[in-house]
Design a protein around this ligand. Structure first.
Ligand code: AMP
Ligand code: MG
Length: 500
């Protein structure tokens, strides 16, 4: 390790090629600063898959240099750390300036798969920390680490997690916990709230600079507007439409898999259509459209069934922010309309795949609605239902699925009517398609909780074993069966809040 010329922290050569393009936007967008070192850090977990994405040698992740960097005790040579500023709407209300209150963008690296940014979360106070302490606790960091990589393995767009380290440093939440840092990776961490920030302040030059940066870097097809929703010459309308389209595809995946984000504020909405900022998220146990996973969400604004609507609300806030660049409000409205059309299409396509149908036919939605009603009325376990149904289509034995419904007659009626619909439309259910679309293992709250309690007691192998299983969520492996069962009774009493 050598001292870095412009930084107090030592610099380490990682072999990564840094090209910090967000930093090149200029000081209106961020504050340059170094991480606050996490004292006496230790490694909790890392993701070899995320390392491969960066072209990093997985062995290097075991080195002390890696631990020093990812705990904020050293800087990668070539990085240019900064905390970015953004604003946002929280729980439907304008919250004003927020920003990276405990995250720090180390910079952007070139990888074989294109540029990726590397960010520390939990790395200490920044000018945007407001009342916070700049830290993250081990409990919520484990949830973010595991879920980021689990979502990726499910094929759902997400920020990635490269590294998780802990420390004995005490952090006060409801109780005293200990500090941790998650290293996240994504092509960009820009949120809807970054645009809202400059729009709200009337800083239209910076707003345009940001929009141009996003279009040129991540939506090149929107550059002249023509190929993007027919917004010829209006790249900002084209951008709004493209973000709406990506968001529609993303939410359809959440709904189909039974993922509840928990805090869909505009500052937690990625401009790239990635799942970002894992807090009180939950994969549904029993199916309940009204399920609220965030204990702090008293009104149920972010209940599972509200997500498609609330993401559209968030897109309207983005549209409002882009309005000065787009010009004509009717053009902005038109760009947002694509969400209303595309979300149901994406959702139906995902649900058809879960049902083993590779082609669409009129009337499918009636049967999809009916089965979801049956699951809700019978409080059927959502992941187990779909997995058992996939197996039943392969084996012909539907009893294990029927057994899940207290209303057996209701199940029989649905099954008969659905089977007739499939036969009448000259289709057959594809069991393999179902097995690839109905995961055997998802990161249920109780599984995360078991890892958290073990890790808090200094034992990390529980977490690492679950991490391995979550990398192959569609496979049935004897060693992973314990993760595929019904949740224990105590899982219903877990209370997950915004506290992190
Ligand atoms: P979140 O609810 O986690 O999306 O956070 C909302 C805002 O609060 C973001 O700007 C975060 O950076 C900030 N924040 C959350 N927790 C902390 C903390 N412990 N210290 C400083 N800032 C925080
Ligand atoms: Mg956030």
């Amino acid at each position: 390790m050598t001292p870095s010329p412009s930084h107090a922290l030592p610099a380490v050569d990682t072999g990564l090629a840094w090209n910090n393009r967000f930093a090149a936007l200029g000081p209106a967008f961020y504050t340059r600063l170094e991480p606050r070192p996490l004292p006496t850090p230790h490694t909790v977990a890392h993701s070899p898959d995320a390392a491969a994405l960066l072209g990093l040698d997985a062995d290097w992740l075991h080195s002390d240099a890696a631990l020093q960097i990812f705990s904020g005790n050293a800087l990668p040579q070539g990085s240019d750390p900064l905390a970015s500023v953004y604003s946002g709407h929280q729980f439907g209300v304008w919250a004003g300036q927020l920003g990276d209150g405990r995250a720090l963008l180390l910079g952007e690296v070139q990888t074989p798969q294109g540029p990726q940014e590397i960010q520390l979360k939990g790395s200490g106070l920044t000018p945007y920390s407001r009342m916070g302490d700049g830290r993250a606790v081990l409990r919520s960091s484990i949830r973010e680490f595991l879920c980021s990589e689990a979502m990726h393995a499910l094929g759902i767009p997400t920020t990635r997690a490269l590294y998780l380290c802990g420390s004995p440093e005490p952090v006060q939440r409801e109780a005293v916990e200990t500090a941790a840092v998650v290293t996240r990776v994504a092509p960009s961490f820009i949120r809807f709230g970054h645009f809202e920030h400059f729009a709200a302040r009337g800083q239209f030059g910076e707003l345009q600079q940001l929009a141009d940066y996003v279009v040129e870097r991540f939506y090149p097809e929107c550059q002249d507007g023509a190929d993007c929703g027919g917004h010829a010459g209006n790249r900002y309308a084209a951008l709004l439409q493209a973000v709406s389209e990506r968001s529609a595809a993303l939410v359809a995946q959440w709904q189909a898999v039974g993922f509840c984000h928990g805090v869909l504020n505009t500052d937690n909405m990625s401009i790239l259509g990635l799942t970002i900022d894992y807090g009180p998220f939950q994969f549904l146990d029993h199916f309940d459209p009204g399920h609220i996973c965030n204990h702090s969400d008293h009104q149920g604004r972010y209940a599972y069934g509200q997500q498609p609507g609330v993401v559209l609300w968030n897109l309207y806030r983005l549209g409002q922010a882009l309005q000065p660049l787009i010009g004509d409000p009717t053009i902005a409205m038109g760009a947002l309309e694509s969400y209303r059309t595309l979300y149901p299409q994406h959702f139906m396509q995902r649900m058809r795949a879960k049902l083993g149908l590779d082609a669409a036919h009129e009337g499918d939605s009636t049967h999809i609605d009916a089965i979801l009603h049956l699951l809700a009325d019978n409080a059927v376990d959502y992941p187990i239902f779909w997995r058992r149904l996939s197996r039943a289509v392969g084996s012909g034995d539907f009893d294990p699925v029927r057994d899940l419904c207290a209303d057996r007659a209701g199940w029989d009626r649905w099954m008969l009517s659905f089977s007739e619909h499939v036969a009448l439309t000259n289709r057959a259910l594809d069991a393999n398609l179902m097995l690839k679309n109905n995961p055997h293992i998802v990161l249920r709250n109780h599984l995360a909780q078991q890892c958290i309690e073990a890790a808090q007691a200094g034992e990390f192998s529980t977490l690492q074993a679950l991490q391995t299983a979550l990398q192959m969520p569609f496979d049935e492996h004897p060693a992973h069966e314990a993760y595929a069962g019904f949740p224990p009774d105590w899982a219903a009493h877990l209370s997950i809040s915004c506290s992190s």
